[in-house]
Design a protein around this ligand. Structure first.
Ligand code: MTE
Ligand code: MO
Length: 263
């Protein structure tokens, strides 16, 4: 199993202080750096100056970084424009097959057993009956050709179709005023998004890529595809969806990635 992490270009060694704490928090740093909050190199000295705090202990460094990162959840959600469409592309630009990523190597992929797969529903939803793949395939589809952007620094244009998430949430009687939607996945991954992003026109539960059923590596039979979030906010191999007002976190979110991670 290999866990790929963002490029370490923002770490600059400094004599005398144990800089390994910066390496331990590289996910937080990469996320903060991506949004250009801290310009240029990050050092313990710079953090001390920025915050006026004593950052000589590891816990302090991590909580400062978490504060900088989560402060931006609020700012980002205020800036979010619910009906502003992300750029779309032509079919000629679609990359086939898509580019694989997960928190493990593709050789460790365990395909979902189609016969036993179900989408379980939980939380603030009126009709919590589970859905089979067959039932989901029968729903009206919508297609988006949009860019997938991974926090690791790569991207590709993909062609995704499936039921619009707002339509699906309405159909099952979800509380559209709830704060969060949480997804659990067959591989132990999880991820959550804010309701405004869930209701965005370019957010779908995807079952197809380039008009063909999504293949195993890319989330068969069901994954989230939203054009308004970074790649890691698009859970693959979804097995359960929960509507909740309690902050649900997620696999990378719990490991320090900025929760909102809007594009
Ligand atoms: N279940 C699950 N979903 C996941 C991941 C994962 O490890 N497991 N990785 C995320 C990350 S970091 C990215 S960039 C995208 C990659 O999607 P793709 O393989 O279709 O390009 O899936 C996201 N969804
Ligand atoms: Mo990613």
């Amino acid at each position: 199993m290999s866990v790929r992490t963002p490029s370490p270009s923002i770490f600059r060694p400094k004599a005398g202080i144990d800089q390994s704490v910066l390496h331990e928090n590289r996910n937080l740093l990469a996320e903060i750096d991506r949004r250009k909050i801290l310009r240029g190199a990050v050092s313990l000295g710079a953090l001390t100056m920025l915050t006026g705090c004593d950052v000589t202990n590891r816990g302090a460094v991590q909580s400062i970084l978490k504060a900088v990162s989560s402060f931006n959840d609020g700012v980002q959600s205020l800036l979010f424009r619910p009906n502003h469409l992300a750029p779309t592309f032509s079919e000629a630009e679609v990359v086939k097959p898509p580019r694989f990523n997960a928190f493990y190597d593709i050789t460790d992929l365990k395909p979902v057993d189609r016969a036993n797969w179900k989408l379980e529903l939980a939380g603030l939803i009126e009709d919590k009956r589970p859905w089979t793949a067959q039932q989901i395939y029968a729903l009206p589809e919508q297609e988006w050709i949009v860019r997938h952007v991974c926090v690791e620094g790569w991207d590709y244009i993909g062609q995704w179709s499936g039921v619009n998430l707002r339509e699906f949430l309405t159909r099952i009687g979800a509380d559209l005023k709830a704060k969060y939607i949480m997804f659990r996945c067959a591989d132990g991954y999880s991820g959550s998004i804010d309701m405004a992003s869930a209701l965005h026109p370019q957010t779908i539960l995807a079952t197809k890529y380039a008009r063909e059923p999504i293949t195993d590596p890319f989330g068969f039979p069901l994954r989230l595809r939203t054009a308004v979030k970074l790649g890691f906010k698009n859970p693959k191999w979804i097995t359960a969806m929960e509507v909740t007002n309690t902050y649900p976190g997620g696999y990378w979110e719990d490991r320090g990635f900025n929760w909102f991670s809007g594009l």
